[in-house]
Design a protein around this ligand. Structure first.
Ligand SMILES: Nc1ncnc2c1ncn2[C@@H]1O[C@H](COP(=O)(O)OP(=O)(O)OP(=O)(O)O)[C@@H](O)[C@H]1O
Length: 306
């Protein structure tokens, strides 16, 4: 297994406050890694350290085989990564194309490399309709596409994205997210992402959850769902009294809210025999898959970390 990122016992102290408290994790090359946590958990601090923008207090970080070294500018790491932060770095007065080409030149790309790489980013980020527009005149979603394109112009092998879709309307969010996913899958790029949208985390290869500067859960979305979420079925009975009698006779525990009876399942398949039995009594039902939202809420509701 080849690791794109390896973090061991990373700590960051701001004055008296310990924002990151000895975290360790690895990110396999060519995977989508989701880094989750509530506000103030330490996500941005960690991502800024990995991107060489902030000095760590202690711990070991290896990016693309290069060791992060507080005593130099980590140029090898910088060349091998692309970064998109929440605040844009593009020049409002330049067009999207000018901005991106200018960025490419700072990496010393040849004319041919610049043309080829521009073509590459343009295809994935759908720049055709915005490339001649001034960055300052673009909508939020268009800006995001340009920001990501700028981060990719030197064809890095790791892309860091800090909440790439926050603040976008659902349709634009979907569009930007599709572009990220397609890029990751088709080019085998490593994508390190922080997000508050659980449907984005649900398609990651690996999820790590941070709370108060410590890792409180990690695993694949499926493994986390198995541990922290559960499937359920909601039933509406023709006659509530008969419904309750049915549930009690079959020793099925339930909760009830506004005439909807919810049963916890061990898997969605468990719904089938139950539905067969309950069919004459019910007017409607819904089988609900455990989600990453449940995982996140469950982890966050657990008591304070030590
Ligand atoms: N420059 C700084 N000086 C002092 N404290 C800081 C600084 N930057 C962050 N912190 C503190 O460190 C903790 C972690 O902040 P950080 O921004 O890394 O969290 P986050 O998980 O990225 O939150 P969000 O989701 O809101 O972006 C917070 O308590 C924050 O107040």
């Amino acid at each position: 297994m080849t690791f794109a990122i390896k973090v061991e016992n990373l700590c960051k102290q701001y004055g008296d406050q310990q924002a990151v408290k000895g975290i360790s994790f690895t990110v396999e090359q060519g995977t989508l890694f989701a880094f989750l946590g509530e506000n103030g958990a330490g996500k941005s601090t960690t991502i800024e350290i990995l991107c060489t923008l902030l000095k760590k207090s202690s711990g070991q970080v290896t990016i693309n085989g290069f060791t992060l070294d507080a005593s130099n500018d980590n140029a090898d790491i910088r060349k091998s990564i692309g970064v998109v932060f929440q605040q844009s770095l593009l020049d409002e007065r330049l067009t999207v194309r000018e901005n991106i080409l200018h960025r490419g030149k700072t990496y010393g790309l040849s004319k041919t490399q610049l043309t080829d790489n521009y073509q590459f980013v343009s295809t994935y980020l759908h720049l055709e309709d915005i490339e001649e527009k001034k960055y300052g005149t673009l909508s939020g979603g268009q800006k995001r596409r340009a920001d990501i394109a700028r981060a990719l112009i030197h064809r890095p092998s790791i892309l860091f994205l800090d909440e790439p879709t926050t603040g976008l309307d659902p349709q634009t969010r979907q569009f930007v997210w599709q572009a990220i996913k397609q890029l990751q899958l088709e080019t085998n790029m490593t994508v390190f992402l922080t997000t508050h949208y659980m449907e984005e985390a649900a398609v990651a290869h690996q999820v790590t959850v941070l709370k108060q500067g410590k890792i409180v859960a990690q695993g694949t979305p499926d493994a986390l769902k198995t541990k922290y979420a559960y499937d359920s079925m909601a039933l509406v009975f023709q006659n509530a009294q008969e419904g309750v009698k049915f549930l009690e006779e079959n020793a099925i525990s339930y909760t009830e809210k506004q005439g909807i009876y919810t049963i916890r399942l061990t898997s969605t398949l468990q719904a089938l025999p139950l539905l067969k039995k309950a069919e004459p009594l019910i007017t409607s039902f819904e089988v609900i898959k455990g989600s990453m939202d449940d995982v996140f809420l469950h982890i966050m509701a657990e008591e304070e970390v030590a």
